[in-house]
Design a protein around this ligand. Structure first.
Ligand SMILES: Nc1ncnc2c1ncn2[C@@H]1O[C@H](COP(=O)(O)OP(=O)(O)OP(=O)(O)O)[C@@H](O)[C@H]1O
Ligand code: SF4
Ligand SMILES: [Mg+2]
Length: 473
């Protein structure tokens, strides 16, 4: 896959753009959008891959890989994108870098609609938006030297760097921590980590504004992962880059992201700044993902393992479940979850969530209390000890959030209503959860009551008290 994508990434722009010949002194190019302003905006983005059958190749269905994404990336930030395998992360990355044509929706870069730009229209943009691919083994052409690979973007864009291509490539190699003398070596002479550095050097060649890194370290040894993550972090600070970093778990993105989008079956289910997401995740799926992250805090090394076991695989994106797509695996699912799709709404400042019964927040559908049978089974998979502990954690987190919100600028009266609502809502969460759980027990069979009660009470709370990771950790 990477090879194919790479070909597209570097071969689509033809080198003959007359206006293109400009000097690429990395420090001299302007960065356009000011830091903190929206660099990339995505609205209602969809990609459905048609499934065709028979001699006539009639379309019989579609893989709904990406099914309605709305988000923005601000200049200078790192947006982490996480989710299980097959949820559409790579497809999203290829859509925003325009390596794939969207089925519907809109992609805007620096305010310009780039959704359906052709090869010619995209040519100048290919400099600004670059992609780093997951597999450093297949994404580098084995027949080309490192010099040719890293220098290819200059050739393809018709750009002549100051001092010539060779000098600039050698500079880039040293920027990413490789020996510039290795200019004439071939990819097979490098380790996985070194190859990923070569991929990064190539992505940086044209001084891009946005770098989309698709699982940049997942093919590397753990010891090498940290080095590459740190390199990306350093480069961001030095070059003012904006990143979208895709990963399949939260342990990589937690160290580098300012905000994190959690994807499930082609949709974003939660989008929040890192602190909020780690302190008080609201979507049950985020909770489950976080419970699988190893605890890095040495003070908690003896803490009990708190894992939420999600039942079954991700359902097929060909026929995703009705209503909330997570309802077949969620331990909190009720009837409304099966029938009505929850919208991604901002429940707290900077925290958007798509859930009828969010964690650490007031219930959005308090009248709906009877668990679906799938939810009962999912609850049973979470061991009782974990449920008890996570129920306590949940109450503690809700109280801490409420307390912090209450302390937070009471003076800032203009912005008060939203914050008051949030504080009040979180205060009410513990009460609401407790009463809902009781109602839930009443509404379901008495024999199942107790374990479901606990499950619903806070199965997803595990790991909520983890200390948020440091960006520099
Ligand atoms: N070219 C394609 N044709 C048909 N289906 C596709 C194509 N590319 C991706 N898909 C399907 O779209 C869904 C999302 O794929 P995608 O590669 O975006 O997932 P992902 O989240 O990146 O997964 P992973 O973590 O395994 O890389 C999958 O079900 C995949 O099989
Ligand atoms: S509680 Fe309902 S809406 Fe929320 S994640 Fe679970 S199934 Fe979806
Ligand atoms: Mg992928």
């Amino acid at each position: 896959m990477s090879e194919n994508a790479e070909d597209k990434a570097v071969s689509s722009p033809a080198p003959s753009d007359g206006a293109a010949a400009k000097t690429a002194g990395t420090a001299t190019l302007d960065k356009g959008v000011a830091p903190g302003e929206v660099l990339l905006k995505v609205t209602g983005l969809r990609k459905h891959f048609p499934i065709k059958k028979g001699l006539l190749q009639r379309q019989v269905g579609a893989v709904r890989a990406v099914d309605g994404l709305d988000f923005e990336v601000r200049s200078g930030e790192t947006l982490g994108v996480v989710g299980e395998s097959g949820c559409g992360k790579s497809t999203m990355g290829r859509l925003i870098t325009r390596l794939l044509e969207p089925t519907a929706g809109k992609v805007e870069f620096e305010g310009q609609d780039i959704t359906h730009l052709g090869v010619g229209g995209m040519r100048p943009l290919r400099r600004d938006v670059q992609m780093i691919f997951q597999d450093p083994y297949s994404s580098l052409n084995p027949r080309h030297t490192i010099g040719t690979i890293v220098g290819a973007p200059f050739k393809l864009q018709g750009v002549t760097p100051e001092g010539g291509v060779k000098k600039e490539v050698q500079r880039l190699l040293s920027v990413v921590g490789l020996n510039p003398e290795h200019y004439n070596r071939y990819p097979h002479e490098f380790s996985g980590g070194q190859r990923q550095r070569i991929g990064i050097a190539r992505a940086l060649a044209l001084n891009p504004k946005l770098v989309v890194a698709d699982e940049p370290v997942s093919a590397l040894d753990v010891s090498i992962q940290a080095q590459v993550v740190n390199l990306l972090d350093d480069l961001q600070q030095e070059l003012g880059l904006t990143y979208v970093i895709i990963a399949h778990d939260l342990s990589v993105v937690r160290h580098v992201s300012d905000r994190i989008a959690v994807m499930y079956l082609g949709k974003i289910v939660e989008l929040a700044d890192r602190e909020s997401l780690y302190r008080a995740p609201m979507h049950p799926y985020t909770k489950a993902l976080m419970s699988a992250v190893p605890i890095p805090d040495p003070r908690r090394k003896n803490a009990k393992s708190e894992r939420i076991l999600l039942k079954g695989d991700v359902p097929s994106p060909i026929a995703p479940p009705s209503g909330c797509r997570f309802h077949t695996r969620c331990w909190k699912a009720t009837e409304i979850c099966r029938t009505t799709e929850p919208l991604l709404v901002e429940l707290q400042p900077g925290q958007r969530v798509a859930c009828h019964h969010p964690e650490n927040f007031a219930d959005q559908a308090p009248q709906d209390t009877v668990l679906l049978s799938a939810a009962k089974e999912a609850g049973e998979l979470v061991p009782d000890a974990v449920l008890e502990e996570s129920a306590e954690t949940s109450a503690a987190v809700a109280a801490a959030v409420a307390e912090e919100d209450a302390q937070a600028p009471a003076e800032a009266s203009a912005g008060a209503p939203a914050e008051e609502t949030a504080a009040k809502a979180t205060e009410e969460t513990a009460k609401a959860t407790a009463s809902r759980a009781e109602e839930s027990v009443a509404g379901s069979e008495a024999s199942e009551g107790e374990s479901q009660d606990t499950a619903r009470d806070g199965a997803g709370e595990a790991a909520a008290d983890e200390t948020p990771g440091s960006k520099d950790a």
